[in-house]
Design a protein around this ligand. Structure first.
Ligand code: NAD
Ligand code: UGA
Length: 460
């Protein structure tokens, strides 16, 4: 029977990237049949249910519109591979925790399993697209696996890294700054690259679809994340200097960012960057540099991570110093646990490390977050301490000695802080790890306010 669709697209890995990316392709290209598969049956069941496995503004609406029309979820990976013309591989590539490169290199076991599975199940020619973030020259390893038998099936490997940020994934996918496609510079490689570009051209202007050689594409993804994280570490390093000199980091960032060559984005000083990728991708970059003997280059990029670790430790130190050098038995309320606003994701969230440090200091923790409490519970499972998870921020803050803002949720800006102040143990402290509340106003209410990179406003 002739298919209604003129192309079968498969995505292996139904995570934060695979789900939204494929939903967008299905939404913009009704002429393609898009299937997402995963080894985790629970995840697939969640994608098929009313409660999606991830919280992402705008995602529910898109998935609802296309699920069952031209977007399908399945655990049948073999069938998916057999039927696909184009296969996106979007499995996780975490930092290796064992053996050579432990703590730095990318763990490519999930990715390699996928390559072998594609080889085993494919009966027709395929374009295989690296969507996961991978070390530069991974495509060569993938090709070696895919070309290791003489089945007659031909594979073309492309690199098509994803640049979406969580919390704005739908916007980023709908209107990307660029789509990057790296291919071998052979006739078949360029042809495969054009076939992939055709998919994006359904909604992305042609001049934003950038084609490069495959190694530049792989490396650009790591470099983009490293540059973004570097800006945050740079402004965070300056924030500490501001605290010593009574300068204001927001004003410094504004003055510096107004230089066209620097630009204003990604200069918000914070308690530190989190998320599943910045640290892992920079460690990966550092490892690659070391592998090639570029030790000074490796050190340079590693310092971005060092400053981020410093920033989190410094935040806890500020709390300790301000609260008379003891947190023991004090109730501390964390406003937010997600690694950024508009997501329930807590992977590598600064809040995890800060929560653990506060527990070491024997503080009693209360955690509130509009989307991330379930993940927060999992992250702190087994940690020996007094921790409560409370959805309502007013209830969470009541009786606390201090509030520490971990995530820049809009909701936290809009709370009735007079009411919160009255319900807290006095003297009440607020440590704004995101510089999101009105510091002057809170100070006038009676709070002792400790922003990032600005003079503290105390009433003591
Ligand atoms: P994720 O952990 O949310 O999803 C990965 C999925 O792959 C999981 O559901 C897992 O079960 C599945 N999987 C693993 N091995 C499999 C196999 N052999 N067969 C089928 N399914 C398998 O990860 P993510 O956040 O979506 O990230 C995926 C990749 O995209 C990573 O390389 C990451 O660096 C990159 N990336 C992530 C983001 C982001 O915002 N999260 C943005 C850009 C790029
Ligand atoms: C980041 C990149 O922005 C994406 O382009 C990339 O695709 C993705 O990583 C990835 O490869 O996974 P994401 O981690 O989802 O996206 O979110 P960001 O908006 O980059 O924020 C990362 C962290 O930096 C958050 O903890 C955020 O709060 C923090 N941040 C961001 C700051 O502390 N200050 C800023 O000015 C900006």
């Amino acid at each position: 029977m002739k298919s209604l669709f003129n192309q079968n697209i498969l995505c292996i890995g139904a995570g934060y990237v695979g789900g939204p990316t494929m939903a967008m392709i299905a939404h913009k290209c009704p002429q393609y049949r898009v299937t997402i598969v995963d080894i985790n049956p629970e995840r697939i069941a969640q994608w098929k249910s009313d409660r999606l496995p991830i919280f992402e503004p705008g995602l529910d609406e898109i998935v609802r519109a296309v699920h069952g029309r031209n977007l399908f979820f399945s655990t049948d990976i073999e069938k998916g591979i057999r039927e696909a013309d184009i296969i996106f591989v979007s499995v996780n590539t975490p930092t290796k925790t064992f053996g050579v490169g432990a703590g730095m290199a990318a763990d490519l076991q999930y990715w390699e399993k996928t390559a072998r599975q594609i080889l085993e199940s494919a009966t027709t020619d395929k374009i295989v697209v690296e969507k996961s973030t991978l070390p530069v020259r991974t495509a060569q390893a993938m090709e070696r696996i895919l070309f290791s038998t003489h089945s007659g099936v031909r594979f073309e490997v492309l690199s098509n890294p994803e640049f979406l940020a969580e919390g704005t994934a739908i916007q980023d996918l709908e209107n990307p700054d660029r789509v990057l496609i790296g291919s071998r510079q052979t006739e078949s490689g360029l042809k495969a690259g054009s076939a992939l570009a055709e998919i994006y051209a359904n909604w992305v202007p042609r001049d934003r679809i950038l084609t490069t050689d495959i190694w530049s594409s792989e490396l650009s993804k790591l470099v983009a994340n490293a540059f973004l994280a570097q800006r945050i570490s740079s402004i965070n390093a300056i924030s500490v200097l501001c605290e010593k000199t009574e300068a204001d980091v927001t004003q410094v960032a504004r003055a510096v960012g107004m230089d066209n060559r620097i630009g204003p984005k990604f200069l918000n000083a914070s308690v530190g960057f989190g998320g599943s990728c910045f640290k892992k991708d920079i460690l990966n970059l550092v490892y690659i540099c070391q592998y090639y003997g570029l030790n000074d280059v490796a050190k340079y990029w590693n310092s971005v991570i060092k400053i981020n670790e410093y920033q989190k430790a410094h935040f806890v130190e500020t709390m300790l110093n301000a609260m008379f050098n003891t947190l023991s038995g004090k109730r501390i309320c964390l406003f937010g646990f997600a690694f950024k606003a508009d997501t329930g994701d807590t992977r590598d969230s600064p809040a995890i490390q800060i929560a653990k440090r506060l527990i070491e200091e024997r503080a009693e923790l209360v955690i509130t977050d509009p989307q991330a409490l379930a993940n927060a519970r999992t992250d702190l499972k087994g940690v020996d301490g007094n921790v409560q998870f409370i959805e309502d921020p007013y209830e969470a803050a009541a009786g606390s000695h201090a509030i520490a803002i971990m995530t820049e949720w809009r909701q936290f800006r809009e709370l009735d802080y007079e009411r919160i102040y009255r319900s807290m143990t006095q003297p009440a402290f607020i440590f704004d790890g995101r510089n999101v509340v009105d510091h002057r106003k809170l100070h006038q209410m009676g709070f002792n306010v400790y922003p990032i990179g600005k003079p503290a406003l105390t009433n003591l």
